[in-house]
Design a protein around this ligand. Structure first.
Ligand code: CA
Length: 227
């Protein structure tokens, strides 16, 4: 599940957005001023931040600027007010990924969120190597390395690993994996999923007998821990 942080001082806007985004299947956390927002961005693991510009304590621009100066790459969509056109340009120069002008329609915001999340995913997963346990993975090249040596992995193993990584720190059920990786046409059993996880663990875990990266969530499925 994608986690979104909303930094917004107006209670109605904040709670309205929260309800709507939760309804759309996002996990939502809230911050009410700039300082709190920045601290959440620094310490939380968010896929996206909706950041109001006019905030108490610290403006959205400053939050954005400081976060980027610290090397934090979490996508940020600024919520600007009408008549802040100059500010929008400034916001993008400060490292925001997009902006939406209030008042905005929910549908427009959702489209922007999806687009930014997709871009973020592509950037994360397709343009760089990610360290997962002992392995360095490049999902676009379908390649993995352990201790500098290429690791042999099947296409399916990559797909499962990528899926777990995209849902990192969340529990993914065996059925979710079956449905999303194998699809309805094929009919593997949940045992098949378990076998693939075993194979992945042998490559990723320092000690496959005592997994610390791909954890078993008993009775449900698996969770990839990534910080
Ligand atoms: Ca405000």
């Amino acid at each position: 599940m994608k986690r979104i942080l909303i930094v917004e001082d107006e209670p109605n806007m904040r709670l309205g957005l929260k309800d709507n985004l939760e309804f759309e299947g996002y996990q939502v956390e809230l911050a009410t001023d700039g300082k709190q927002g920045l601290s959440e961005i620094e310490n939380g693991d968010y896929h996206l931040v909706l950041l109001d510009v006019m905030l108490p304590e610290m403006s959205g621009f400053d939050v954005c600027k400081i976060a980027r100066e610290q090397g934090i790459k979490t996508p940020i969509i600024l919520l600007t007010a009408k008549g802040e056109e100059i500010d929008k340009v400034l916001g993008l120069e400060l490292g925001a990924d997009d902006y939406v002008t209030k008042p905005f329609g929910l549908r427009e915001l959702l489209a922007r969120i999806k687009a930014v999340l997709r871009r973020g995913n592509d950037l994360d997963a397709d343009t760089k190597e990610i360290s997962i346990g002992r392995m360095w993975v490049n999902f676009s090249a379908y390649s993995g390395k352990v201790d500098g040596e290429p690791v042999k992995m099947s296409h399916k193993e990559f797909e499962i690993l990528k899926y777990l990584w995209e849902n990192r720190n969340d529990t993914v059920s065996r059925y979710q994996l079956l449905e999303d990786i194998w699809g309805y046409s094929e009919q593997p059993t949940t045992r098949t999923v378990d076998n693939f996880i075993l194979k992945l663990r042998q490559k990723i875990e320092a000690n496959p007998e005592d997994p610390q990266v791909i954890l078993t969530v008993h009775g449900v499925g698996y969770k990839l821990l990534h910080h």
